[in-house]
Ligand binder design. Structure first.
Ligand code: SF4
Length: 702
């Protein structure tokens, strides 16, 4: 029996795992007691990771060899790697010659490793020459990225998990860590038990398991977070709880924000948000007057057409009260995916460049051109996720290369996404699992190595870089994602009669290129090496002379003048409103034991014990009003489509709300499209993150 230390491939907590194996087969997994994210603990998903690599799963659920579909709708047949690489490179070159590099889009994943991200970024921008590379992280945290940059000057969560223990007041907004970040929730429970007088405030339209633990649950109407924050700030100013010395020394823009929130009296905010005014005053007091207040937030703020405004409205509270830059005091964005942070760092997105550079900045482009040794980078922002599939649906993007994600299930407004996939001349899917919805649309299927089979690094929510290590060889003919990219990139470069621009021969070599792109930046890791990660364990960036647990401790921020910015943004209603025709506000969320589109977690039967089938949850009073009974099949209908699901009566859902877990694809629902048939592609103007947390729907008997 052998053991290999690695990292859990599910959520952004980034727990360390010890893989037990015999060199050919993974036999068990346990928490790594030395990893500072989890100290040996694992949640249900992590505990059962080895069951995603049983011989049955490897044989029947993994994609094991390159495959090609002669025509859409046909069963794909196997071909060799050489044949697949040659044909794909030739087809991409032909599309590039006929329509230009902008006709090619690349859609990747926050579950790829940083080295894979780096390879794809170079493939898109330096080899193909397209700006259109984006990630499913767009659906996850892009509002947090822009919120941090606008307010604090850099995309950097300023704190660490240890601040959960250091905080006296924790405000959880639009997040359910009890299910989505379980190991952090355990830390929060333990911190509350150890600290008498600890305060927990939860802001969520649903009464979640996290809300059950709270001292105060503000069950707001979906989409009203900005109004709530403005009301909280009004109360803080009225009571004189602002930290005027901090505001004067370290911030700009407070006067304009004061004018905006003057009209947001707690009474008005409470009415708009559907909460008690007294609760709003109490939340303001606890947050502002506790010695250290930490906020934890996630998709409830991010997946919104005003996602950036929601993020900055919350950060405003921290700046106004000086609840930042100290132990236990910070706005802490929790990332959903295991390496959403690594994707941000390596700039594998349409609105980012490597090293937290900006596609809108000429100096940043010049630096990347010098680092990569190329002069013909496409120096503009590309299509973000929703935009990319809309461009493909219009016929502007002719080829899509998709890796480690399942947009035919996970993207909103599925009818448009699937029309885009059907219209593309070429769909390449690079994937570990064989039976995803997107696989049905692929002309080429390239088998990718996955957890337990590949080497590299990931960064978790607290800026901590951990090693991912291979315990066993890749399944069948699967290869590491970066290697697949490199080999096809070399053929494209040869077709363009130039030397290879992506020539790295190992994951570590790619990481070293990535590391160099961080030199002198806010996330500088030039003092870090894989030897350090191997000998001293996971480390937090920036890392020049050593790791950094907490940012902005000197009251200076990452803006050019060192001062944070209050962002003055008015409350905007959701992109679509409920109406007599569509009277329910549908939110989508996560189950405790499933992950995203279930391509990995769905291979473990015991993970269905917690919740075994898709349902739509509705408040019992609404069901009574509609003469609907628990268990009855109902149609959930929006402006875009509908799904038929069993009804589950649930008093934890607010009246006029409805809730469906995000994970269920068409095969579970038994319909042409999954639950994203009803969700919408409207997105935040700043972050381009779609509003998956709000769709106006009708609930009707079938
Ligand atoms: Fe994996 Fe997240 Fe669970 Fe940790 S909390 S074991 S990272 S799914």
């Amino acid at each position: 029996m052998r053991e290999t230390k690695s990292t859990c491939p599910y959520c952004g907590v980034g727990c360390g795992v010890v893989i037990e194996h015999d060199g050919a087969q993974i036999t068990g997994v346990r928490g790594d007691p030395d990893h500072p994210a989890n100290f040996g603990r694992l949640c249900t998903k992590g505990t059962n990771l080895h069951l995603t690599a049983t011989p049955v799963v490897l044989q029947h659920q993994r994609l094991r060899e390159p495959q090609k579909r002669e025509a859409r709708g046909m069963t794909p047949s196997a071909l060799t790697w050489d044949e697949a690489n040659r044909e794909i490179a030739d087809k991409l070159l032909a599309i590039r010659a006929a329509h230009g590099p902008d006709a090619i889009g690349i859609y990747i994943s926050g579950q790829l490793l940083t080295e894979d991200y780096h390879a794809f970024n170079k493939l898109a921008r330096a080899v193909i020459g397209t700006p259109h590379i984006d990630s499913n992280s767009r659906l996850c945290m892009s509002s947090a990225v822009v919120g941090y940059k606008q307010a604090l000057g850099a995309d950097a969560p300023p704190c660490s998990y240890e601040d959960i223990e250091a905080a006296d007041c924790v405000l959880v907004s639009g997040a359910n860590p009890a299910w989505a970040h379980p190991i952090l929730f355990r830390r929060l429970e333990a911190a509350r038990a150890a600290k008498p007088g600890h305060k927990l405030i939860v802001i969520d339209p649903r009464r979640t398991e996290t809300a059950e633990l709270a001292d105060l649950h503000l069950q707001i109407r979906p989409g009203t977070d900005v109004a709530l924050c403005h009301g909280l700030l009004h109360a803080i100013i009225w009571q004189g709880w602002t930290n005027d010395a901090f505001i004067a020394r370290s911030t700009d823009g407070f006067a304009a924000l004061k004018v905006l929130v003057r009209d947001w009296t707690p009474a008005r905010a409470a009415e708009v948000c559907g909460v008690k005014e007294a609760d709003l005053w109490l939340a303001a007091e606890w947050f502002a007057t506790s010695p250290a207040s930490l906020s934890l937030y996630c998709q409830g703020l991010n997946q919104s057409s005003s996602g950036t405004a929601k993020n900055t409205a919350l950060i405003n509270l921290h700046l106004a009260t000086g609840q930042i830059g100290r132990a236990g005091a910070a706005p802490f964005s929790l990332t959903g995916q295991p390496n959403a942070m690594g994707g941000r760092e390596s700039g594998g997105m349409a609105t980012l460049l490597p090293g937290h550079r900006d596609p809108g900045d000429a100096q940043d482009w010049a630096e990347m051109a010098a680092l990569w040794g190329v002069s013909d980078l496409p120096n503009r922002r590309g299509h973000t996720a929703v935009e990319m599939f809309e461009a493909a649906a219009r016929g502007e993007i002719k080829a899509l290369w998709i890796a480690c994600t399942n947009p035919a299930q996970s993207m909103p407004d599925q009818a448009t996404v699937r029309a885009a996939l059907e219209r593309c001349e070429l769909v390449i899917l690079q994937e570990a699992f064989a039976h995803t919805a997107t696989a049905r649309y692929a002309d080429y299927l390239l088998p990718a190595a996955t957890w337990g089979e590949k080497d590299g690094t990931v960064t978790n929510s607290e800026r901590r870089i951990s090693r991912v290590r291979a315990a066993i060889p890749p399944t069948g003919e699967a290869r590491a994602d970066w290697r697949i990219v490199r080999d096809i990139a070399a053929l494209i470069d040869a077709g363009l009669s130039r030397a290879p621009r992506l020539a790295a021969d190992s994951a570590e070599a790619l990481w070293l290129e990535h590391r160099e792109a961080t030199r002198g930046r806010d996330l500088d890791i030039t003092g870090l090496s894989w030897i350090t990660l191997d000998t001293e364990g996971p480390q937090q960036w920036p890392y020049v002379a050593g790791p950094t647990a907490r940012l902005y401790t000197d009251g200076r921020f990452a803006t050019a003048d060192g001062r944070a910015r209050f962002i003055t943004r008015p409350f905007q209603p959701t992109a679509e409103a409920t109406s007599p025709e569509l009277p329910f506000a549908l939110t989508t969320g996560r189950l405790r034991d499933q992950w995203h589109g279930m391509s990995r977690s769905g291979s473990v039967p015991r993970l269905f014990a917690h919740e075994g089938r898709p349902v739509v949850r509705l408040h019992p009073d609404d069901a009574t009003h509609l003469h609907l009974a628990d268990g009855q099949l109902v149609r959930v209908r929006s402006r875009r489509g509908d799904v038929v699901l069993p009804l589950k009566l649930d008093g934890n859902v607010a009246p006029t709300g409805a809730d469906i877990a995000m994970h269920w694809g068409d095969e579970f629902i038994g319909a042409q499209l999954g639950i994203n048939a009803v969700t919408q592609g409207a997105f935040c103007a700043d972050s381009k993150q779609p509003e998956l947390k709000f769709s106006a729907v009708a609930i009707e008997p079938v």
